[in-house]
Design a protein around this ligand. Structure first.
Ligand SMILES: Cc1cc2nc3c(=O)[nH]c(=O)nc-3n(C[C@H](O)[C@H](O)[C@H](O)COP(=O)(O)O)c2cc1C
Length: 369
């Protein structure tokens, strides 16, 4: 038995049966209004049962956080019945279901928001073609935003999920509050590194307190972050090591990096001795379980990653082969499917939206011509 098949128990009591986690991946399969579809449930059910946990696609905590058509919603009680069916589809054969909580901030646009201007920490557009200038949230709106994450976590409990993941990565609104590029606020949530961390601190406190006061047991709370930004100014690895140091002492059940190559090195010249993941793992010093990720294809790579992480998340590998985990546990990794083509989509239950999304994120070697 490898470490990959060992269970892990989180601080809040939940045990997952092995170290493989399905990475959160936006499916664009929900209805126009954010309600879960049957296609989406089937897509998850196909990939569940073998992995220890499935982290869902990003779900909007506010209507104006929506960033793609067909995105999941969790911003109203009316979503609870559908989310409950989704949790049920995932919770097969003891796989745990974790709902990812999201707000896109300045990364959305007024077309997806049906004419509304996107919001962010400050009125600064992202550095990408066609980016719209967002409106800076008022102090009251920041408090409402924090409350929205809390309400979303309580809905996830009602829907029967085993946990939530706060999506603080991939340039979306939480990262926008932490980044010196997008946060130029003058109030309690803006300024130097520590003040830019205050939004995250307040948010994590609100969600953890709400969950702990809800009476639920064994419900976990994770936090996902991106280690670096390419903009100047932007988040650098030194800022992230500060962030991690703070978060590791908070009542969180896991920290989860977002990175597309587990061997990636930092863009900062002062951090060239080891991989980004190794720097993060060493900073955490075992205070909280750490999920590593990034182009894991084989059992050997997953086991190698477990030298600098407690759990391994797989994204594209599970899109291409939903049975990656069982094949690895059975010693039949030679049977793992390694490429995908347009013609495999029906069998793999990959809808148009997911296909468009994944093609952008797939290196050529994974797409069969
Ligand atoms: C189709 C697709 C959708 C994604 N959507 C999300 C998302 O909703 N939330 C998130 O945190 N990361 C998202 N990601 C990033 C993945 O969670 C993961 O970090 C990335 O794909 C690298 O892992 P992999 O090499 O195992 O695929 C997405 C990736 C893909 C391919």
């Amino acid at each position: 038995m490898t470490k990959l098949s060992q269970p892990l128990t989180f601080k809040r009591g939940l045990t997952i049966k092995n170290r493989v986690v399905m990475a959160p991946m936006t499916t664009c399969m929900s209805f126009f209004d954010g309600v879960v579809t049957k296609d989406e449930r089937d897509y998850y059910a196909l990939r569940s049962g073998e992995v220890g946990a499935v982290i869902t696609a990003a779900a909007n905590v506010q209507e104006n956080g929506k960033t793609w058509e067909g995105q999941l919603g969790v911003y109203d009680d009316r979503f609870i019945p559908g989310l409950s069916q989704l949790a049920g589809a995932i919770k097969r054969n003891d796989t745990k279901a974790i709902l990812q909580l999201f707000h896109g901030g300045r990364m959305t646009n007024s077309s997806v928001l049906r004419g509304e201007q996107p919001v962010s920490a400050s009125a600064i557009p992202a550095e990408r073609p066609g980016a719209e200038t967002p409106r800076a949230l008022t102090t009251e709106e920041v408090k409402t935003l924090i409350d929205s994450y809390k309400q979303a976590a309580l809905r996830a409990i009602k829907a029967g999920f085993d946990g939530v993941e706060i999506h603080g990565a991939n340039t979306y609104i939480i990262q926008q509050f932490f980044s010196p590029h997008s946060n130029k606020r003058n109030d309690e949530w803006g300024g130097g590194l520590e003040k830019r961390f205050k939004f995250i601190n307040d948010l994590v406190d609100a969600v953890t307190e709400a969950v702990d006061n809800s009476g639920v047991s064994n419900f976990i709370i994770g936090y996902r972050f991106s280690p670096e930004e390419f903009e100047t100014p932007g988040i650098r690895l030194a800022d992230t090591l500060f962030l991690i140091d703070q978060l590791a002492d908070k009542p969180l059940d896991y920290l989860h990096i977002s990175i597309n190559d587990y061997k990636r090195m930092s863009i900062s010249s002062e951090y060239q001795d080891k991989t980004i993941i190794q720097y993060i793992f060493d900073q955490i010093k075992g205070r909280v379980p750490f999920i590593g990720v990034g182009d894991i294809r084989t059992k050997q790579q997953a086991e190698e990653l477990l030298n600098s992480a407690d759990l391994v998340a797989l994204g594209r590998a599970l899109l291409i082969d939903p049975h990656w985990t069982q094949k690895v546990f059975d010693g039949r990794d030679d049977l793992i499917r390694t490429e995908i083509s347009e013609y495999d989509r029906e069998e793999l239950l990959i809808g148009n939206g997911t296909w468009a999304f994944m093609k952008n994120l797939m290196p050529d070697r994974l797409i069969k011509k």
